[in-house]
Design a protein around this ligand. Structure first.
Ligand code: NZQ
Ligand code: ZN
Length: 391
């Protein structure tokens, strides 16, 4: 077992009509002037934004608004948000949306609380010393940004998608009403389920450490998400299944399923961020397109973790170790296909050229600052091979 710090300070308000408490939650956290940040239209169409405005008004909280966040949130809008927030005397960021909106809010919160260029943090040039407090009203189960320390944004110049992680940006509260996620389209729902699974799978595939309790949480979470992803494929308005997946999205990325391990592998996320940076694909779909190729490349370096994944998570009967591990990988790919998620780059809809593959491998390596992943630390040639075999 590896020593660990578990820090999950976010207050979660979960259930029906939870969004009506948003104003009161902002007040509780000392917010008076909010930057209300949202995406490209779903929150207007569903009437959620109006309910949030009413809740803020009832709590005596004033606000200014900035919409227009796109999936793979852009630095240019973040810069606008920082300017607007400063000009308007904002003291609290309120994200209403999915992971992209929450991450855009985190970046604005960093930018407002620190002098200089916010992009510096993502380039690892310096560390943030502060972050404006923020809260999230979550509208889809996926990224888990509502409880996570991460923030992933895209700089349009050079199409660089980079993350920055600090406990400073963990939201003060997360409002999670499963009913708000019923309107998420089937493709995005499936992408979200993949991302929720992957946040725990990245942690499952560690190199050292480990705890039985952590493995139990992880196994339960993975099995639950797979079961309910299938229900949601056929019955998108099933509230109980929406609730299971939404709660899993938060717990899959707040550290719980990695306690006592070396932190997990995370190579697939790094590989995927290059794909969504360059081709603007949905993060979850990019993950399912690359995972099998990564798994087949690295499994001999920690056969035991792949065997336990196959038997404990995918219910593969135990046989010869190598065969069992490979059957576990194939079973997960079957699951991805069963929810209409891609398992190759072609199915993802992208056909990178050789030069683009090399570029992604180089950027991935540079962005990580060296060999990527834990099971098998991957150099540029390894990363290139994984992209190639995923085609
Ligand atoms: O913009 P609107 O109109 O709101 O539409 C969004 C968007 O088009 C739509 N949507 C969201 N809630 C909806 C809805 N449509 C109907 N009804 C609703 N209730 O869904 C689309 C995707 O939204 P987005 O926020 O991009 O999805 P997701 O939550 O998957 O976030 C993806 C981003 O998070 C990053 C990803 O890389 C990607 O940039 N990640 C962030 C992490 C973190 N901060 O901890 C961890 C993840 O690994 C991930 O990297
Ligand atoms: Zn993810």
């Amino acid at each position: 077992m590896t020593d660990f710090v578990y820090h999950s300070p976010t207050k979660v308000v979960f259930g029906r009509d939870a969004e009506n408490r948003t104003g009161e939650l902002v007040r509780e956290q000392g917010g008076h002037r909010v930057l209300l940040h949202y995406g490209g239209g779903s929150v207007q169409r569903t009437g959620l934004l109006d309910r949030i405005r009413r809740s803020l008004e009832a709590a005596g909280v004033s606000w200014t608004e900035l919409g227009g966040v796109v999936p793979n949130p852009r630095l240019s809008l973040i810069r606008r948000g920082i300017e607007q927030g400063r000009a308007e005397g904002v003291d609290f960021l309120l994200a209403v949306g999915g992971g992209s909106v929450i991450d855009s809010s985190k970046a604005i919160a960093y930018g407002m609380a620190n002098a200089g260029d916010v992009w510096d943090f993502f380039l690892r040039r310096r560390k943030a010393e502060a972050c404006l407090p923020l809260g999230a009203v979550v509208t889809m189960a996926a990224a888990g940004s509502e409880l996570s320390a991460s923030c992933v944004i895209t700089n349009e110049e050079g199409r660089l998608k980079l993350g920055y992680t600090s406990d400073l940006a963990r939201p003060r509260f997360a409002v999670m009403n499963p009913a708000l996620t019923v309107t998420v389209p089937p493709y995005q729902t499936a992408c979200g389920c993949v991302d929720v699974l992957m946040h725990t799978m990245e942690r499952w595939f560690y190199h050292s450490g480990g705890m039985e309790l952590t493995a139990g949480f992880a196994e339960g979470l993975l099995r639950t998400v797979m079961r309910h992803a299938l229900i949601l494929r056929d019955h998108p308005d099933n509230y109980a299944s929406r609730a299971e997946v939404l709660w899993a999205s938060a717990l899959s990325h707040n550290g719980l399923t990695g306690c006592g391990t070396d932190g997990g592998d995370w190579a697939c996320h790094k590989l995927e961020h290059e794909l969504s940076g360059l081709f603007d694909v949905a993060h979850g779909a990019g993950l399912s397109a690359i995972w099998g190729s990564w798994a087949r490349f690295v499994y001999p370096c920690n056969l035991e973790r792949f065997v336990s994944f196959a038997t404990r998570v995918m219910s593969v009967p135990r046989g010869d170790d190598e065969e069992t591990a490979l059957r576990g990988i194939a079973a997960m790919e079957d699951f991805f296909r069963s929810i209409h998620m891609p398992t190759t780059l072609t199915e993802l809809g992208v056909r990178p050229t050789d030069a683009e593959i090399r570029l992604m491998a180089e950027k991935c390596y540079a962005g990580f600052g060296g060999p990527v992943g834990k099971i098998k630390p991957l150099n540029i040639d390894d990363l290139e091979s994984i992209y190639r075999s995923a085609r």
